[in-house]
Design a binder for this molecule. Structure first.
Ligand code: HBI
Length: 365
Protein backbone atom coordinates (compact mmCIF):
# COMPACT_ATOMS: atom_id res chain seq x y z
CA UNK A 1 0.00 0.00 0.00
CA UNK A 2 1.53 3.34 -0.94
CA UNK A 3 0.71 5.93 1.71
CA UNK A 4 -1.58 8.49 0.09
CA UNK A 5 -0.59 12.02 1.11
CA UNK A 6 -3.80 12.22 3.18
CA UNK A 7 -3.92 10.17 6.40
CA UNK A 8 -6.74 8.99 8.65
CA UNK A 9 -5.47 9.83 12.15
CA UNK A 10 -6.82 8.89 15.59
CA UNK A 11 -5.35 10.96 18.46
CA UNK A 12 -5.82 9.47 21.96
CA UNK A 13 -5.56 12.06 24.71
CA UNK A 14 -3.96 12.18 28.15
CA UNK A 15 -6.28 10.65 30.82
CA UNK A 16 -5.48 13.11 33.62
CA UNK A 17 -8.23 15.57 32.84
CA UNK A 18 -10.75 16.76 30.25
CA UNK A 19 -9.25 18.67 27.31
CA UNK A 20 -9.69 22.39 27.89
CA UNK A 21 -9.43 22.00 31.68
CA UNK A 22 -5.70 22.78 31.80
CA UNK A 23 -5.11 19.62 33.89
CA UNK A 24 -3.25 18.09 30.93
CA UNK A 25 -0.68 20.89 31.04
CA UNK A 26 1.69 21.21 28.08
CA UNK A 27 0.53 18.04 26.35
CA UNK A 28 -2.99 19.47 26.00
CA UNK A 29 -1.60 22.46 24.11
CA UNK A 30 0.57 20.18 21.93
CA UNK A 31 -2.36 17.92 21.06
CA UNK A 32 -4.54 20.92 20.16
CA UNK A 33 -1.89 22.55 17.95
CA UNK A 34 -0.91 19.34 16.13
CA UNK A 35 -4.57 18.39 15.57
CA UNK A 36 -5.35 21.86 14.16
CA UNK A 37 -2.39 21.63 11.80
CA UNK A 38 -3.24 18.10 10.55
CA UNK A 39 -6.81 19.17 9.76
CA UNK A 40 -5.54 22.32 8.00
CA UNK A 41 -3.38 20.07 5.82
CA UNK A 42 -6.40 18.00 4.79
CA UNK A 43 -5.88 14.86 6.92
CA UNK A 44 -8.89 13.16 8.51
CA UNK A 45 -8.72 13.35 12.32
CA UNK A 46 -10.64 12.13 15.33
CA UNK A 47 -9.66 12.78 18.98
CA UNK A 48 -10.50 10.30 21.77
CA UNK A 49 -10.86 12.48 24.87
CA UNK A 50 -12.13 12.32 28.46
CA UNK A 51 -15.83 13.12 28.95
CA UNK A 52 -16.25 16.78 29.86
CA UNK A 53 -13.70 17.94 27.30
CA UNK A 54 -14.63 21.21 25.60
CA UNK A 55 -12.79 21.78 22.37
CA UNK A 56 -15.88 22.36 20.30
CA UNK A 57 -13.90 23.33 17.22
CA UNK A 58 -12.14 19.93 17.05
CA UNK A 59 -13.71 16.47 16.40
CA UNK A 60 -13.91 14.77 19.82
CA UNK A 61 -15.18 11.37 20.96
CA UNK A 62 -15.84 11.77 24.69
CA UNK A 63 -15.19 8.70 26.87
CA UNK A 64 -16.31 8.40 30.51
CA UNK A 65 -14.32 6.88 33.39
CA UNK A 66 -12.13 7.68 36.37
CA UNK A 67 -9.02 9.85 35.78
CA UNK A 68 -5.50 8.45 35.99
CA UNK A 69 -3.25 9.71 38.84
CA UNK A 70 -0.67 12.22 37.52
CA UNK A 71 2.68 10.48 37.04
CA UNK A 72 4.78 13.22 38.66
CA UNK A 73 3.05 12.58 42.00
CA UNK A 74 4.12 8.92 42.05
CA UNK A 75 7.34 7.38 43.38
CA UNK A 76 9.74 6.09 40.69
CA UNK A 77 9.26 2.53 41.96
CA UNK A 78 5.46 2.82 42.25
CA UNK A 79 3.52 -0.07 40.69
CA UNK A 80 1.17 0.76 37.79
CA UNK A 81 -2.26 1.60 39.22
CA UNK A 82 -5.62 1.51 37.47
CA UNK A 83 -8.79 2.83 39.13
CA UNK A 84 -12.06 0.90 38.72
CA UNK A 85 -13.89 2.04 35.57
CA UNK A 86 -10.58 3.42 34.32
CA UNK A 87 -10.88 6.23 31.77
CA UNK A 88 -7.54 5.17 30.29
CA UNK A 89 -8.74 1.58 29.79
CA UNK A 90 -12.07 2.78 28.37
CA UNK A 91 -10.34 5.13 25.87
CA UNK A 92 -8.14 2.30 24.64
CA UNK A 93 -10.99 -0.18 24.41
CA UNK A 94 -12.80 2.30 22.16
CA UNK A 95 -9.59 2.77 20.14
CA UNK A 96 -9.26 -1.02 19.72
CA UNK A 97 -12.82 -1.22 18.37
CA UNK A 98 -12.39 1.53 15.72
CA UNK A 99 -8.71 0.97 14.80
CA UNK A 100 -9.69 -0.48 11.38
CA UNK A 101 -10.96 2.95 10.26
CA UNK A 102 -7.54 4.62 10.65
CA UNK A 103 -4.04 4.59 9.16
CA UNK A 104 -2.34 5.69 12.39
CA UNK A 105 -3.18 6.00 16.08
CA UNK A 106 -1.24 8.66 18.05
CA UNK A 107 -0.94 8.29 21.83
CA UNK A 108 -0.47 11.42 23.98
CA UNK A 109 -0.74 9.71 27.40
CA UNK A 110 2.26 9.38 29.67
CA UNK A 111 0.94 6.01 30.94
CA UNK A 112 2.00 2.37 30.85
CA UNK A 113 -1.17 0.89 29.28
CA UNK A 114 -1.02 2.33 25.72
CA UNK A 115 2.62 1.32 25.38
CA UNK A 116 1.88 -2.21 26.66
CA UNK A 117 -1.12 -2.61 24.31
CA UNK A 118 0.80 -1.56 21.16
CA UNK A 119 1.74 -5.11 19.95
CA UNK A 120 -1.92 -6.20 20.39
CA UNK A 121 -3.09 -3.64 17.78
CA UNK A 122 -3.22 -4.21 14.02
CA UNK A 123 -3.07 -0.45 13.41
CA UNK A 124 0.24 1.39 13.74
CA UNK A 125 0.61 3.46 16.95
CA UNK A 126 2.88 6.52 17.36
CA UNK A 127 3.66 7.58 20.95
CA UNK A 128 4.55 11.18 21.86
CA UNK A 129 6.37 11.02 25.24
CA UNK A 130 5.54 14.30 26.98
CA UNK A 131 7.85 14.27 30.04
CA UNK A 132 11.26 13.03 31.12
CA UNK A 133 11.77 9.72 32.92
CA UNK A 134 9.66 9.48 36.08
CA UNK A 135 8.79 5.79 36.58
CA UNK A 136 10.77 2.53 36.32
CA UNK A 137 7.77 0.60 34.96
CA UNK A 138 7.18 3.18 32.22
CA UNK A 139 10.90 3.42 31.41
CA UNK A 140 11.00 -0.34 30.93
CA UNK A 141 8.02 -0.58 28.57
CA UNK A 142 9.31 2.40 26.55
CA UNK A 143 12.77 0.77 26.23
CA UNK A 144 11.06 -2.43 25.03
CA UNK A 145 8.90 -0.63 22.46
CA UNK A 146 11.79 1.44 21.09
CA UNK A 147 13.44 -1.89 20.18
CA UNK A 148 10.28 -3.63 18.92
CA UNK A 149 8.83 -0.67 16.93
CA UNK A 150 11.77 1.59 16.06
CA UNK A 151 10.86 5.14 15.04
CA UNK A 152 7.38 5.08 16.63
CA UNK A 153 8.36 6.61 20.01
CA UNK A 154 8.81 10.38 19.70
CA UNK A 155 10.19 12.89 22.22
CA UNK A 156 10.25 16.68 22.31
CA UNK A 157 14.00 17.03 22.89
CA UNK A 158 17.25 15.04 23.06
CA UNK A 159 17.85 15.91 26.72
CA UNK A 160 14.39 14.59 27.55
CA UNK A 161 15.01 11.36 25.62
CA UNK A 162 18.42 11.02 27.31
CA UNK A 163 16.69 10.64 30.71
CA UNK A 164 15.39 7.23 29.45
CA UNK A 165 18.94 5.99 28.62
CA UNK A 166 17.79 4.35 25.36
CA UNK A 167 20.24 2.59 23.02
CA UNK A 168 18.51 3.76 19.81
CA UNK A 169 18.21 7.27 18.37
CA UNK A 170 14.55 8.40 18.44
CA UNK A 171 12.59 11.14 16.61
CA UNK A 172 12.76 14.58 18.31
CA UNK A 173 9.69 16.66 17.48
CA UNK A 174 10.46 19.84 19.48
CA UNK A 175 7.15 21.73 19.84
CA UNK A 176 5.29 24.73 18.40
CA UNK A 177 2.69 27.41 19.13
CA UNK A 178 0.20 29.57 17.26
CA UNK A 179 2.39 32.67 16.82
CA UNK A 180 -0.61 34.82 15.89
CA UNK A 181 -1.55 34.75 19.59
CA UNK A 182 1.72 36.44 20.64
CA UNK A 183 2.59 40.11 20.01
CA UNK A 184 6.17 41.27 19.52
CA UNK A 185 7.13 44.01 22.02
CA UNK A 186 10.29 46.03 21.31
CA UNK A 187 10.21 48.40 24.32
CA UNK A 188 10.08 46.52 27.65
CA UNK A 189 9.56 47.97 31.12
CA UNK A 190 12.16 47.50 33.89
CA UNK A 191 10.71 44.13 34.95
CA UNK A 192 11.35 40.38 34.62
CA UNK A 193 8.91 37.50 34.15
CA UNK A 194 8.59 34.02 35.66
CA UNK A 195 5.84 31.76 34.27
CA UNK A 196 4.91 28.19 35.30
CA UNK A 197 3.32 25.90 37.84
CA UNK A 198 4.41 27.10 41.30
CA UNK A 199 5.95 23.85 42.55
CA UNK A 200 9.41 22.87 43.87
CA UNK A 201 10.70 21.33 40.62
CA UNK A 202 10.24 24.75 38.93
CA UNK A 203 12.74 26.55 41.21
CA UNK A 204 10.84 29.87 41.58
CA UNK A 205 12.85 30.76 44.70
CA UNK A 206 15.98 31.26 42.55
CA UNK A 207 14.21 33.81 40.32
CA UNK A 208 12.91 35.63 43.42
CA UNK A 209 16.43 35.69 44.90
CA UNK A 210 17.76 37.23 41.66
CA UNK A 211 14.94 39.79 41.66
CA UNK A 212 15.66 40.75 45.29
CA UNK A 213 19.37 41.04 44.58
CA UNK A 214 18.99 43.18 41.43
CA UNK A 215 15.91 44.97 42.78
CA UNK A 216 14.22 44.46 39.38
CA UNK A 217 10.49 43.74 39.76
CA UNK A 218 9.51 40.10 39.03
CA UNK A 219 6.06 39.34 37.54
CA UNK A 220 5.06 35.79 38.57
CA UNK A 221 2.34 34.02 36.56
CA UNK A 222 0.97 30.49 36.89
CA UNK A 223 -1.09 28.18 39.06
CA UNK A 224 -0.01 27.72 42.71
CA UNK A 225 0.27 23.92 42.79
CA UNK A 226 2.15 23.76 46.13
CA UNK A 227 0.78 26.31 48.63
CA UNK A 228 3.40 25.63 51.34
CA UNK A 229 6.22 26.05 48.82
CA UNK A 230 4.76 29.45 47.78
CA UNK A 231 4.33 30.58 51.42
CA UNK A 232 7.97 29.66 52.18
CA UNK A 233 9.23 31.75 49.26
CA UNK A 234 7.23 34.78 50.44
CA UNK A 235 8.64 34.35 53.98
CA UNK A 236 12.25 33.80 52.82
CA UNK A 237 12.29 36.84 50.49
CA UNK A 238 10.17 39.52 52.21
CA UNK A 239 11.90 42.39 50.37
CA UNK A 240 11.80 40.96 46.85
CA UNK A 241 9.94 43.32 44.43
CA UNK A 242 7.58 40.43 43.57
CA UNK A 243 4.06 40.60 42.06
CA UNK A 244 1.96 37.42 41.75
CA UNK A 245 -0.57 37.79 38.90
CA UNK A 246 -2.24 34.35 39.11
CA UNK A 247 -2.96 31.87 36.30
CA UNK A 248 -3.68 34.07 33.25
CA UNK A 249 -5.11 33.31 29.81
CA UNK A 250 -2.55 33.06 27.00
CA UNK A 251 -3.50 36.53 25.80
CA UNK A 252 -3.19 38.17 29.23
CA UNK A 253 0.05 36.29 29.99
CA UNK A 254 1.73 37.26 26.69
CA UNK A 255 0.79 40.92 27.22
CA UNK A 256 2.55 40.99 30.63
CA UNK A 257 5.47 38.86 29.48
CA UNK A 258 6.04 40.98 26.34
CA UNK A 259 6.73 44.04 28.50
CA UNK A 260 9.48 42.22 30.42
CA UNK A 261 13.19 42.55 29.77
CA UNK A 262 13.59 38.78 30.08
CA UNK A 263 11.89 35.54 31.15
CA UNK A 264 13.75 33.73 33.97
CA UNK A 265 13.58 29.89 33.72
CA UNK A 266 14.89 28.12 36.82
CA UNK A 267 13.97 24.42 36.37
CA UNK A 268 15.32 22.09 39.07
CA UNK A 269 14.14 19.08 37.01
CA UNK A 270 14.69 18.17 33.33
CA UNK A 271 11.91 20.05 31.50
CA UNK A 272 10.93 17.87 28.53
CA UNK A 273 10.51 21.02 26.47
CA UNK A 274 9.23 24.14 28.27
CA UNK A 275 6.47 25.75 26.17
CA UNK A 276 6.98 29.01 28.07
CA UNK A 277 10.42 29.30 26.46
CA UNK A 278 9.00 29.63 22.94
CA UNK A 279 6.07 31.77 24.12
CA UNK A 280 8.66 34.21 25.48
CA UNK A 281 10.69 34.23 22.26
CA UNK A 282 7.45 34.80 20.29
CA UNK A 283 6.97 38.06 22.25
CA UNK A 284 10.58 39.10 21.57
CA UNK A 285 11.54 38.44 25.19
CA UNK A 286 15.02 36.94 25.75
CA UNK A 287 15.12 33.80 27.92
CA UNK A 288 17.60 33.43 30.77
CA UNK A 289 17.54 29.73 31.69
CA UNK A 290 19.57 27.14 33.56
CA UNK A 291 21.47 24.98 31.05
CA UNK A 292 19.16 22.02 31.77
CA UNK A 293 16.43 20.20 29.83
CA UNK A 294 14.42 21.52 26.88
CA UNK A 295 15.27 25.24 27.26
CA UNK A 296 18.99 24.39 26.86
CA UNK A 297 18.18 23.09 23.35
CA UNK A 298 15.97 26.05 22.47
CA UNK A 299 17.80 29.20 23.70
CA UNK A 300 20.63 30.35 21.43
CA UNK A 301 23.13 31.43 24.11
CA UNK A 302 24.05 35.11 23.66
CA UNK A 303 21.64 35.55 20.74
CA UNK A 304 18.09 34.88 22.01
CA UNK A 305 18.96 34.70 25.70
CA UNK A 306 21.54 33.23 28.05
CA UNK A 307 22.15 29.69 29.33
CA UNK A 308 23.34 29.69 32.93
CA UNK A 309 25.16 27.20 35.19
CA UNK A 310 22.28 25.14 36.71
CA UNK A 311 21.06 26.35 40.13
CA UNK A 312 23.43 29.34 40.11
CA UNK A 313 21.63 32.53 41.22
CA UNK A 314 24.82 34.59 40.64
CA UNK A 315 24.74 33.19 37.09
CA UNK A 316 21.20 34.50 36.64
CA UNK A 317 22.30 37.91 37.95
CA UNK A 318 25.29 38.09 35.57
CA UNK A 319 23.00 37.23 32.62
CA UNK A 320 20.47 39.91 33.63
CA UNK A 321 23.33 42.47 33.49
CA UNK A 322 24.04 41.44 29.86
CA UNK A 323 20.49 41.72 28.50
CA UNK A 324 21.25 44.79 26.38
CA UNK A 325 23.45 42.53 24.21
CA UNK A 326 20.30 40.79 22.93
CA UNK A 327 18.31 42.05 19.92
CA UNK A 328 14.70 41.34 20.86
CA UNK A 329 13.62 40.92 17.24
CA UNK A 330 16.07 38.00 16.88
CA UNK A 331 14.01 36.23 19.56
CA UNK A 332 10.79 36.68 17.54
CA UNK A 333 12.56 35.50 14.38
CA UNK A 334 13.74 32.28 16.04
CA UNK A 335 10.14 31.55 17.11
CA UNK A 336 8.91 32.16 13.53
CA UNK A 337 11.60 29.93 12.00
CA UNK A 338 11.53 26.97 14.39
CA UNK A 339 8.35 27.01 16.49
CA UNK A 340 5.45 28.08 14.26
CA UNK A 341 2.44 25.80 13.72
CA UNK A 342 3.76 25.33 10.18
CA UNK A 343 7.15 24.08 11.43
CA UNK A 344 5.41 21.89 14.04
CA UNK A 345 3.08 20.43 11.41
CA UNK A 346 5.99 19.64 9.07
CA UNK A 347 7.82 17.74 11.81
CA UNK A 348 4.78 15.68 12.83
CA UNK A 349 3.57 15.03 9.27
CA UNK A 350 7.04 13.78 8.30
CA UNK A 351 7.16 11.57 11.43
CA UNK A 352 3.73 10.05 10.68
CA UNK A 353 4.54 9.43 6.99
CA UNK A 354 7.86 7.82 7.95
CA UNK A 355 6.09 5.41 10.33
CA UNK A 356 3.52 4.47 7.67
CA UNK A 357 6.12 4.13 4.91
CA UNK A 358 8.15 2.02 7.33
CA UNK A 359 5.23 -0.34 7.83
CA UNK A 360 4.86 -0.68 4.04
CA UNK A 361 8.56 -1.54 3.78
CA UNK A 362 8.04 -4.29 6.36
CA UNK A 363 5.07 -5.48 4.30
CA UNK A 364 2.56 -5.00 7.15
CA UNK A 365 -0.88 -4.10 5.88
N1 HBI B 1 0.31 11.73 34.29
N2 HBI B 1 -0.45 9.50 34.46
C1 HBI B 1 -0.24 10.62 33.71
N3 HBI B 1 -0.58 10.62 32.40
C2 HBI B 1 -0.38 11.71 31.60
O1 HBI B 1 -0.70 11.67 30.41
C3 HBI B 1 0.18 12.88 32.18
C4 HBI B 1 0.52 12.85 33.54
N4 HBI B 1 1.04 13.94 34.13
C5 HBI B 1 1.26 15.20 33.42
C6 HBI B 1 0.88 15.12 32.01
N5 HBI B 1 0.39 14.02 31.44
C7 HBI B 1 1.03 16.36 31.18
O2 HBI B 1 0.62 17.48 31.93
C8 HBI B 1 2.50 16.53 30.84
O3 HBI B 1 2.73 15.52 29.96
C9 HBI B 1 2.76 17.83 30.17
Amino acid sequence: MTVSAKMKLLFVSTPVGPLGSGMGGGVELSLYNIAQEMIRRGHQLQIVAPAGSSWNDLPLVQIPGNLQIIAQSQERTAPITMPENSLLANMWDYTRQVQGDYDLIVNFAYDWLPFYLTPFFGCAIAHLVSMGSLSNALDQIIKQLVKQFPGTIGFHTQTQAATFALEQECPYLSNGIDLSLYDFCSEPKQQLAWVGRIAPEKGLEDAVAASQSTNIPLKVMGKIQDELYWQKICQDYPNAPLEYLGFLSTNQMQQVMGECRALLMTPHWVEAFGNVTIESLACGVPVISYRRGGPAEIVQDGKTGFLVEPDSVPGLIDAIARLDEINRYTCRQQAETEFSLQALGDRFENWFHKILDLRCDFGNS
